[in-house]
Design a protein around this ligand. Structure first.
Ligand SMILES: [Zn+2]
Length: 282
């Protein structure tokens, strides 16, 4: 095969895999069982990896790929540095149990409800304000969600899953840029779009996985607290909503948006949980 044919084949495969990922993502909202949703989320992760793998392969023939090597290093360094500085700002700790494991939550002095996890070093943070305004059950639901992020790729460790994903993404994007510089604008545009869509679908699915994990361990409080924080009503998405929603979530909204994974609309997260809860055996 010539390089040209190889690019068409690999890019075509990546687009095909991405379409499969979108279709599977839409299927998520027709499932009524927690285990089915979990399996479907895993399937979406795998298909996104395949898509990014083909995108990365399609751009390997390009020259300037050095950036791809530095991005994973940058990712690890950034997460470690953020962790280091946040630890200095940590005001206190809360220990909590989910499943059979004990987790430590680091409290930060912030005047809004926030909780997040640095997956590389598996550190969970929340604002002390969150602990003040939410009930213990609600806090457990939020913590279970954060633990769900860490356990999303089991049996594969989260650090490995994420570093492979970041590397493929970096390879795809830096390859796309280098293809554009070489004058292959069409290929470059396709590779770029696939990479961005794959990034969002991956992040959205990761968010749902975390929600489902929390629902499994905490139950209905997961739904109630999400409603309380976001003030939205559950809405079932269609394919157009998803395609537009993905484009929307690519728009940077604030500083540091690139460090924060895009989230699916809260109304869609709620719908997935509602649908399961409604059909759960009583
Ligand atoms: Zn989350």
């Amino acid at each position: 095969m010539t390089t040209h044919n190889l690019t068409v084949f690999t890019l075509g495969s990546s687009v095909f895999a991405l379409i499969v990922a979108l279709v599977l993502y839409l299927r998520l909202f027709t499932l009524k069982n927690v285990n089915e949703v979990e399996r479907m989320c895993k399937a979406i992760f795998v298909v996104v990896y395949v898509s990014l793998f083909f995108t990365a392969l399609s751009v390997l023939s390009s020259d300037i790929l050095d950036a791809a090597i530095y991005v994973p290093i940058l990712f690890v360094t950034t997460q470690s540095l953020i962790g280091f500085f946040l630890d200095k700002k940590t005001e206190g700790f809360v220990r909590f149990e989910i499943g059979e494991n004990i987790y430590t939550l680091r409290l930060l002095d912030k005047k809004k409800i926030t909780a997040f996890t640095l997956v590389w070093n598996r550190k969970m943070y929340a604002s002390s304000y969150l602990v003040k305004v939410l009930t213990p059950r609600e806090i457990s639901a939020i913590m279970a969600h954060e633990v769900g992020h860490i356990n999303a790729f089991k049996p594969i460790p989260v650090s490995l899953a994420v570093i492979v994903y970041v590397s493929l993404l970096a390879l795809s994007i830096s390859g796309a840029i280098s293809m554009a510089l070489d004058g292959f604008i069409h290929y470059s545009a396709i590779a770029f779009l696939v990479a961005l869509y794959a990034w969002v679908i991956f992040s959205w699915t990761w968010e749902h996985t975390a929600d489902i994990y929390a629902y499994k361990y905490i139950g209905l409080d997961t739904i109630l607290v999400l409603q309380k924080i976001t003030h939205t009503v559950p809405t079932k998405p269609n394919m157009i909503d998803i395609i537009i929603g993905i484009l929307r979530s690519l728009k940077p909204t604030r500083a540091g948006a690139l460090l924060v994974n895009p989230h699916p609309p809260p109304s869609v997260r709620l719908w997935l949980l509602f649908n399961i809860a409604e059909n759960a055996p009583h």
